[in-house]
Write a protein that binds this ligand. Structure first.
Ligand code: FAD
Ligand code: NAD
Length: 465
């Protein structure tokens, strides 16, 4: 077998890998990407994009149903229905457009894509089994590992039959009558809410004593209230024991120690994801690990020279925008630029209804870091735009240093607040102070005015509260 030679070989064509390859191509670096499934990885095919498409469809259907029972704004509708096959086909169409776009961008930038499964032979050699079974060997100067992550399975309730992961949940043939969701994290709450809006009875079982335990309690309170209003049954402090013998329910141990049966015809297990480290020869490199993730430094270098790792494979936070930013940086470094991955602001958004955004430090995190901070909230109940879109739940919160008013963090919960993450991130990365944001004219009427008002309030002179 005659090996192919390249300067950069990327394993994995997800957001980390494909962005690294596009940037490398732009910089004139000879690059090959090996992808075993579809370009775009988890994010475009079975993650961010399809989940947001399904969430949108569920929201629209829920709105139509809301109008069918009359509404304060005078719209009425009769007996809305949803054709799930068309919904899934519409979602698949978006995925296809985006993954096709990634292929076109790679081609435009002279990146060679090899469809096949990569197995590492050593730090400079990879063997790829292509779809037709043919093997190809690739030699490289730099090896970038971007193999992503996979859903964690509960050993006593493996995937299969009525037990599904987010992947199957994103392409449903039917909506279950009774859905049990295990895990009240990102996936459990985003998809649990969507399924409820699509008509399923939903019970969410969470081992911790509150939902979205990664976020602070004040921030997730409006989410908890909203899912209750929607009719989702949330069981906190509850552990799953397994399917019942009849296969039509899940046995759980409730917070009070009692064992109960939750009847259901589908179970979505969403208890986290773990780096995909097994089955492709990674262990042969004997890299230093950080728990289950590949250990990297602030340039995404692994413990082996010229072997790099990015994205979910390199651990938390497992977010697409982090993977992309790391990928772009690694390509820059390989081209000779001096870069380090030290973001001040790494936004995280949970696309529940209402949405939750965090960027930078929360008041608790600032306290723990020994910083003396001021923080202030501005509620959407006092924002005109929020009233006009019938969504006054939630607030924007700012955290800033007391001494010089440098902004350290933003948090928000409310409908549509994901779009505020850009302003939040920019203000932190640009080193804005409370005065900078308070003194910026914000368009009226917008949800963004709550950002300015939060800064004004932290300075002691909010105008509209
Ligand atoms: P991946 O996207 O997992 O890509 C890795 C690629 O490598 C895959 O295509 C895989 O086929 C390929 N691969 C693996 N091993 C090999 C091999 N040996 N040979 C060849 N190819 C290989 N993040 C957000 O920021 N926002 C969201 O809204 C969001 N929503 C999500 C919703 C869901 C349901 C899920 C599951 C995830 C979501 N995420 C979200 C997380 C996001 O998808 C990941 O953080 C992101 O995809 C990680 O990118 P990556 O490039 O590291 O890996
Ligand atoms: P997660 O870590 O967000 O939530 C998992 C939840 O399951 C936690 O609340 C945990 O306490 C709970 N849990 C764990 N074991 C349990 C058990 N045995 N019984 C009951 N509850 C249990 O994980 P996820 O929702 O599976 O999502 C995986 C990852 O995908 C996320 O961490 C995130 O990185 C990424 N993601 C991001 C987004 C987004 O950015 N909007 C959306 C979806 C997924």
């Amino acid at each position: 077998m005659q090996p192919i030679s390249t300067h950069l070989l990327v394993i994995g064509g997800g957001p980390g890998g494909y962005v690294a390859a596009i940037r490398a191509g732009q910089l004139g670096i000879k690059t090959i990407v090996v992808e075993a499934a579809q370009l775009g990885g988890t994010c475009l095919n079975i993650g961010c994009i399809p989940s947001k498409a399904l969430i949108h469809a569920a929201e629209e259907f829920d709105k139509a149903q809301h109008y069918a029972s009359g509404s304060a704004i005078g719209i009425s509708a009769s007996a809305p229905s949803i054709d799930l096959n068309r919904t899934v086909a519409w979602k698949d169409g978006i995925v296809k457009r985006l993954t096709g776009g990634v292929g076109a961008l790679l081609k435009k930038n002279d990146v060679q894509v090899i469809n096949g499964f990569a197995r590492i032979l050593d730090g400079k050699t990879v063997e790829v089994k292509q779809a037709d079974g043919e093997l190809v060997r690739i030699r490289c100067e730099h090896l970038l590992l971007a193999a992503g992550s996979e859903a964690v399975e509960l050993p006593f309730m493996p995937y299969g039959g009525m037990v599904v992961s987010s992947t199957e949940a994103l392409s449903p043939e039917t909506i279950p009558q009774q859905l049990v969701v295990v895990g009240a994290g990102y996936i459990g709450l985003e998809l649990g809410t969507a399924y409820r809006k699509l008509g399923a009875e939903v019970t969410v079982v969470e081992a911790a004593d509150r939902l979205l335990p990664a976020y602070d309690a004040e921030l997730t309170k409006p989410v908890g209230a909203a899912i209750k209003r929607l009719g989702i049954d949330l069981r906190l402090g509850t552990s799953v024991l397994g399917l019942n013998a009849g296969g039509d329910g899940v046995r759980v141990r409730e917070a009070n120690g009692e064992e109960t049966l939750l009847s259901c015809d589908r179970v979505l297990v969403a208890v986290g994801r773990r780096p995909r480290t097994g089955g492709w020869g990674l262990e042969s490199l004997q890299l230093d690990m950080n728990g289950r993730a590949v250990k990297i430094d602030d340039q995404c270098r692994t413990s082996m020279r010229n072997v790099w790792a990015i994205g979910d494979l390199a651990g938390e936070p497992m977010l697409a925008h982090r993977a992309m930013a790391q990928g772009e940086m690694v390509a820059d470094i390989i081209s000779g630029k001096r870069r380090h991955f030290m973001p001040n602001a790494m936004p995280a958004v949970c696309f529940t209804d209402p949405e939750v955004v965090v960027v930078g430090m929360s008041p608790d995190e600032a306290d723990k870091a020994g910083l003396d901070v001021i923080s202030a909230n501005f509620p959407f109940a006092a924002n005109g735009r929020a009233m006009t879109i019938e969504s006054t739940d939630g607030f924007v919160r700012v955290v800033a240093r007391r001494d010089n008013h440098l902004i350290l963090g933003w948090q928000a919960v409310g409908r549509g607040v994901s779009e505020l993450s850009a302003a939040f991130g920019q203000s932190i990365e640009l080193g804005a102070t409370l005065e900078d944001v308070a003194g910026t004219i914000h368009a009226h009427p917008t949800l963004g005015e709550a950002v300015q008002e939060a800064a004004l309030r932290a300075l002691g002179h909010a105008l509209h509260i």
